[in-house]
Design a protein around this ligand. Structure first.
Ligand SMILES: Cc1cc2nc3c(=O)[nH]c(=O)nc-3n(C[C@H](O)[C@H](O)[C@H](O)COP(=O)(O)OP(=O)(O)OC[C@H]3O[C@@H](n4cnc5c(N)ncnc54)[C@H](O)[C@@H]3O)c2cc1C
Length: 385
């Protein structure tokens, strides 16, 4: 990792070494592009996250995540309104859980091994696009890049500099790390989901080796409501103490809408910075990785052909990722019309449960489900956009 001085000139500079930034750095280095990845934090660094990664996402990775997996999940225990419990198991893994400090460090190391330069502990301050270059100011000095990628997360300073992603709606998430001793009976291969209690919200309990990730997320929900919901979800699980023996913190997750602009000249946003997050459940690791994988070959082409725009990257994301994100938003709205119906269906219909399992495993998509609705699905989708 580079300390103290940055190269004066680089082909691609990436701000933020989360899954989006490190995946892009890995892919660009593999394509022979000079890439500088910088992050304000010293690695390994913590990142608040439930750390659930679907099998669908694992299938897109060019390497095995085995060394960083905490738990392999093969079933989901559901409640609605914190009651009406049922349990569904699948004969194959649905997702894995990871600790983000371990996963993100692993991905950054993969990028370094592929040939990317990584400057951690280096904060991005500002950029200006001048002629054929982008001038970047950081805490370790200035650097001149042909292209700059903002993969700096939900509160992206790059997006702010570019005046992109203004007026973006947010999902609110409340998250805690809970000692395993509080839920000694929880099985390590199950996650717990409560849904249908608050509109467009759900609560989760994800097992790791040494603790549980417990939280709640919701769209258009006032913060006190989601906070109380997360507490109530916890109480139903341990029912012991008045004051929870752990703290909770809140986070905002931007949701890209109306295919808003995520590029400007020689700059592009990826991952949370671009609002590429599943509107149903707030998961973004899949879209962070996929967005980077889609953008990499186009960016490499732009470097080699000395282009001055990254519009092709935005188009690839619009074409390949947005239909899925928009269908997820549509299904969230349909689910919210009658959560009790959907809860009952997933409890009683093997067909519905298998469809959900296949989506998590990448063997089916939300778009397939929308297509089953025929012209009505397309009409609803247009309205949901
Ligand atoms: C409570 C909660 C639970 C979640 N659970 C899940 C889950 O189970 N599964 C899932 O798929 N998604 C989950 N998510 C979403 C997931 O965390 C994000 O979608 C994912 O981290 C996005 O990756 P990214 O690379 O875009 O950004 P990030 O992972 O946020 O990485 C951004 C990086 O940019 C760096 N940075 C920021 N500003 C600067 C700067 N000025 N200069 C230099 N570096 C900078 C940061 O230090 C950070 O390392 C959850 C989110 C929250 C809040």
């Amino acid at each position: 990792m580079i300390k103290n001085s940055l190269p004066k000139k680089i082909e691609v500079l990436i701000v933020g070494a989360g899954p989006a930034g490190s995946t892009l750095a890995y892919e660009l280095a593999r394509l022979g592009i000079e890439v500088l990845l910088l992050d304000k934090a010293n690695f390994p660094r913590g990142k608040t996250c439930a750390g659930g990664i679907n099998v669908r996402t694992l299938r897109f990775l060019p390497f095995d995540l085995g060394p960083v997996v905490e738990r392999v999940i093969t079933g989901i225990s559901f409640t609605r309104n914190l009651e009406k419990h049922f349990l569904r198991r699948y004969h194959e893994p649905l997702l894995v859980t990871v600790r983000r400090e371990v996963l993100d460090n692993f991905l950054a190391q993969k990028a370094i091994q592929m040939g990317a330069c990584f400057a951690d502990g280096t904060q991005f301050f500002s950029l200006s696009q001048e002629g054929v270059n982008v001038q970047v100011e950081t805490s370790a000095g200035a650097c001149c890049a042909q292209f700059v990628i903002g993969a700096d997360g939900a509160q992206s300073i790059v997006a702010m500099n570019l005046e992109l992603m203004t007026a973006t709606p947010y999902m609110l998430a409340i998250h805690s790390e809970v000692p395993t001793s509080l839920f000694p009976w929880v099985e390590p291969d199950l996650i717990h989901i409560d849904w249908g209690s608050l509109k467009r919200s759900y609560a989760y309990l994800f097992p790791k080796k040494d603790f549980f990730a417990m939280g709640a997320g919701g769209f258009k929900i006032p913060p006190p409501q989601i906070k109380n919901y997360q507490r109530a979800f916890g109480y139903t699980k341990w029912q012991k103490e008045e004051t929870p023996p752990f703290s909770a913190a809140g986070f905002l997750l931007p949701l890209r809408q109306k295919r808003s602009l995520i590029h400007q000249g020689r700059c592009l946003l990826l991952g949370d910075a671009a609002g590429l997050i599943d509107p149903f459940n707030g998961a973004g690791i899949h879209y962070a990785i996929r967005g980077a994988q889609l953008a990499a070959p186009l960016l490499a082409e732009a470097v080699k052909e000395r282009r001055d725009s990254l519009q092709s990257c935005q188009e690839a994301i619009n074409r390949n990722l947005m239909p899925e994100i928009e269908c997820s938003r549509l299904l969230r709205e349909i689910f919210n019309l009658c959560p009790s119906f959907f809860h009952r269906k997933f409890a009683t219909s093997d067909r519905w449960w298998v469809a959900m399992a296949k989506i998590m495993r990448g063997e089916k998509t939300f778009v397939d489900i929308k297509n089953k609705l025929g012209p009505l699905g397309s009409l609803l989708l247009r309205m949901a956009r």
